[in-house]
Design a protein around this ligand. Structure first.
Ligand SMILES: [Zn+2]
Length: 314
């Protein structure tokens, strides 16, 4: 795709190319193929949120995609996350030091239950342990991104000083206010929930789909409220997880932000700027969104699709 910061269409938008702040390149196919799909979708950089025992180490990524790896996630033996976690016999300090690109991924809770609304898989780290991880990470020059669901755990994570909350199902408005005040980023990964409603694999019962719907509808409400409060939202897809394909899910996540009631220009701003701020990436390269100006296809499509939805047509 051509990059031309000079070209600016009067009717177009010129934005930095967006980034996906939460992917799993080691899941859902060959890592290099997965990376190509992100690049083809128009994304400039992705943050990989956990590769089992560092299985992505040494992989050559397709240019010009920037891949930021957390390395293996910190989880406790016997709890959720061995498939993307650190199973090595190392100390916490050693594990944190092995995170290659400035971010440590911590699994604080399990997954959201599809059988009982509001239920979340067990907590892995106590409040004190999480604080200690954040402290050790900071001492090693790393920030913490935390997989977390349930409001109590989200609140503890914010108080512990993490950089970003990932997922954050059942977060409460007051916790969002704390996040806005403290500048904590939120990657809600709502497509990973909403996509399950379609259930192409026939994996879920009708009752489970009702719970899934309730989960994601509530999540959309919190996303809209977070935006209103000024929480730094980012677009992260959780792609590679079940029913969340690499690349195209970026558009899906953006569309869901629009479904939440956030205006299209704001969603584009979130996509273009907030992820870069979280990942500490420079503002460029620019991309111009317009048919006549070498568009990145995903943004052109997303803009059209989102505008159509806002005007009530399909
Ligand atoms: Zn994930």
């Amino acid at each position: 795709m051509a990059e031309n910061p000079q070209s600016f269409c009067p009717t177009g938008l010129t934005l930095p190319r967006p980034v996906d702040t939460h992917v799993h390149l080691s899941l859902g196919g060959d890592p290099q193929d997965n990376a190509r799909l992100h690049l083809a979708a128009g994304v400039a950089a992705v943050r990989d949120a956990g590769d089992r025992d560092g299985c992505l180490k040494g992989v050559t990524w397709p240019e010009p995609l920037r891949v930021i790896r957390t390395g293996p996630a910190l989880f406790k033996a016997g709890f959720y996350g061995a498939f993307l976690g650190d199973n090595r016999d190392l100390s916490l300090v050693e594990k944190i030091a092995s995170a290659p690109d400035g971010f440590v991924k911590v699994l604080l809770t399990g997954l959201v239950s599809f059988d009982e609304y509001g239920k979340v898989g067990p907590r892995q780290w106590s409040r004190e342990e999480l604080r200690e991880i954040v402290r050790l990470a900071a001492a090693a020059g790393r920030k913490v991104m935390v997989h977390v669901n349930s409001d109590a755990a989200c609140r503890d994570a914010v108080k512990a000083g993490v950089s970003s909350l990932e997922h954050g199902y059942f977060i409460a408005p007051d916790t969002l206010k704390m996040m806005a005040d403290q500048g904590v980023f939120w990657t809600p990964t709502v497509a990973a929930m909403a996509n399950q409603v379609d259930d192409p694999g026939g994996r879920f019962t009708r009752e489970q789909i009702q719970i899934i719907k309730r989960n994601y509808k509530r999540h959309l409400e919190m996303i809209a409220y977070a935006c209103e409060l000024g929480v730094k939202l980012t677009i992260g897809t959780d792609s590679g997880s079940y029913n969340v394909p690499h690349g195209v899910s970026y558009l899906r996540e953006m569309e869901l932000f629009v479904e939440a009631g956030i205006g299209t220009p704001e969603v584009l701003r979130i996509a273009a700027l907030n992820g870069r701020e979280l990942l500490n990436l420079p503002p460029g390269p620019l991309l111009t969104v317009d048919r006549g100006c070498q568009p990145a296809e995903f943004l052109e499509i997303s803009r059209k699709s989102m505008l159509q939805k806002r005007h009530g047509s399909k």
